[in-house]
Design a protein around this ligand. Structure first.
Ligand code: HEM
Length: 151
């Protein structure tokens, strides 16, 4: 069973978290461009597309912890320290994305023409925190400190 669940878990991480990382990281720069050229319709369209990628792939990203829990269950490692730490960090990453980044992108979109560069700087910081959290989880998944079940 693990042979099916683990590839699905990793595939979901690559296909969902990858696009969110790229799109969310590009958003602040695109926001600055949309703000500095309020008549540039293309800049606003790019901003909308980036936000949509973040929103849609964040939804698909729910598959990552779902298959993660299933994999951990089938390996019987749910109580391991590295798994519990990963669950906490994944929850924190999801909260930063769902409760802070996506709503901030949403409101930046509606006010892109009128606001100053403040939201772009805050979004860049939040996206950096999100990227750091999930990158840490990926390292934990591979190194598995304290694990005695494999290499
Ligand atoms: C609720 C959160 C998560 C749980 C419970 C979880 C659980 C697991 C488990 C049990 C494994 C198998 C490890 C082994 O072979 O012994 C694994 C592997 C892996 N996970 Fe997660 N995971 C979670 C979140 C994530 C996230 C957020 C990412 C990346 C975005 C991720 C990326 C990976 C990768 C790349 C592997 C393969 C590591 C390898 O085989 O060397 N996981 N995960």
């Amino acid at each position: 069973m693990t042979k099916l669940l683990l590839p699905l878990h990793v595939l979901a991480a690559v296909l969902a978290v990858g696009p969110v990382t790229v799109a969310a990281s590009m958003f602040p720069q695109a926001l600055r461009r949309a703000h500095s050229a309020p008549d540039d319709r293309e800049a606003l369209a790019a901003l909308r597309t980036l936000h949509r990628i973040c929103r849609v792939y964040a939804g698909i990203g729910i598959a990552v912890p779902l298959f993660g829990f299933a994999t951990a269950g089938s390996l019987d490692v749910l109580g391991n320290g590295w798994v519990i730490t990963s669950i906490v960090l994944t929850a924190a990453a999801a909260a930063v994305l769902g409760l802070l980044i996506l709503p901030a992108q949403d409101s930046a979109l509606t006010t892109a023409r009128s606001l100053g560069p403040g939201p772009a700087a805050r979004l860049a910081t939040l996206t950096g925190v999100f990227n750091l959290l999930w990158a840490t989880v990926t390292v934990l998944m591979i190194v598995r400190p304290g694990s005695t079940t494999g290499a």
